[in-house]
Design a protein around this ligand. Structure first.
Ligand code: NDP
Length: 331
């Protein structure tokens, strides 16, 4: 069994010397287990997190153990009633030629439905990512403008094309002219932007003169920073990937968005002016709580209009204690 083991935890960009090729005997399947031969191994950005130390959204790879990864495999020997020798399965054999797995962790694949490798991409995890993040979080509506980063990749290419199917204007951000030509000419994106040769801010303004309604974010970093300056009222941003930071050796400037992604947290912009329709319900609840003593309120009263400037300056320094009001005349 040929295996690739993690030899050292990469610092910055991974090096070939962080990995080592090893040979091990092929394990025998136990009760309920299946031995399979790896046909396709998926390589995905999340693996960068798994080979380093620190929090990621799956367990980290131990040093000197096989690097993990999704695979399409063929059953060699099965001790599980649902699998026969010769079956094709979606498995997680990792970076090795053979592996034993519990039958419950495998999913049978139909080689007549689509090329087997598609279940690692467009019909697998990356496709599901594109489909659900775009439709459930992005909620694109016909006529809206959708921007996708890493747009020629496994996730981005699917997300952008689904947005086209939903009737949107779709702009893809990529890292080369070949990729730009591909997303526009082959995939039908309306505009492609090469982030390495074009000025992103100006290119986005030209491509999305009416602003951006959905940003499918695969990268975070400067692309997110630039897009945010051009979003429309009520825009939706599925935060899907942070690939611009995966090799970073120190925290990038600005807020760290990783916890948002890992904890599936929601940040939503708020303006009170959108909530005037709740005013009656609000006054009745809060007046009741004040009366019952469940809610307390403190005012900081400054007497005399002439003191307003100083009080205002104090407000910004934290000198007020409670709601600052100026008593201008007797009530
Ligand atoms: P891709 O096939 O898109 O490959 C990665 C691409 O990212 C590269 O080809 C490159 O494209 C782009 N890229 C690399 N470095 C940078 C950078 N510094 N700034 C901007 N772009 C960069 O990978 P996937 O489609 O598999 O994954 C895309 C993203 O989706 C990743 O961030 C991944 O982690 C995330 N993801 C998240 C999931 C989730 O559950 N949250 C599930 C699956 C994926 P280019 O040359 O065009 O810039």
């Amino acid at each position: 069994n040929k295996q690739i083991l993690l030899k050292s935890r990469p610092v910055g960009e991974p090096k070939e010397s962080d990995f080592t090729l090893a040979e091990a005997p092929i394990s025998q399947p136990g009760e309920g287990e299946v031995l399979s031969r790896t046909i396709y191994l998926s390589l995905d950005p999340y693996m960068r997190g798994l080979i380093s130390e620190g929090e990621s959204y799956a367990a980290n790879v131990e040093l000197n153990s096989v690097v993990v990864g999704g695979t399409v495999s063929q059953v060699i020997q099965s001790n599980h009633p649902q699998f026969q020798t010769g079956d094709f399965v979606l498995s997680r054999n990792g970076w090795q030629t053979y592996a034993v797995a519990k039958g419950e962790t495998l999913r049978k694949l139909d080689p007549n439905q689509a090329p087997l490798s598609y279940s690692l991409g467009v019909l697998g995890m990356p496709g599901l990512t594109a489909y659900t993040a775009l439709l459930d979080i992005g909620q694109p509506k016909a006529g809206e403008t959708v921007v996708v980063s890493a747009a020629s990749g496994a996730v981005g290419a699917v997300a952008g094309q689904i947005a086209k199917i939903k009737g949107c204007r779709v702009i893809g951000i990529v890292g080369s002219d070949d990729k730009r030509d591909y997303i526009v000419k082959e995939l039908g994106f309306d505009v492609g932007i090469n982030r390495k040769t074009q000025e992103l801010d100006a290119a986005l303004k030209a491509a999305a003169p009416d602003g951006i309604d959905v940003y499918f974010d695969n990268t975070a970093g400067v692309i997110l920073e630039t897009v945010l300056q051009q979003i429309n009222l009520g825009a939706r941003i599925p935060l899907v990937g942070l690939i611009s930071e995966y090799n970073a050796t120190s925290a990038p400037p600005g807020p760290n968005l990783r916890p948002l992604l890992i904890k599936r947290a929601l940040i939503k912009g708020f303006l009170v002016s959108d909530y005037q329709h709740r005013a009656n319900e609000f006054v009745s609840d809060v007046a009741g709580w004040l009366k019952s003593g469940q809610l307390k309120y403190q005012e900081d009263v400054v007497v005399g209009l002439e003191n307003a400037p100083r009080a205002f300056i104090g407000l910004l320094r934290g000198e007020n204690f409670g709601k600052l009001v100026v008593k201008v005349s007797e009530d």
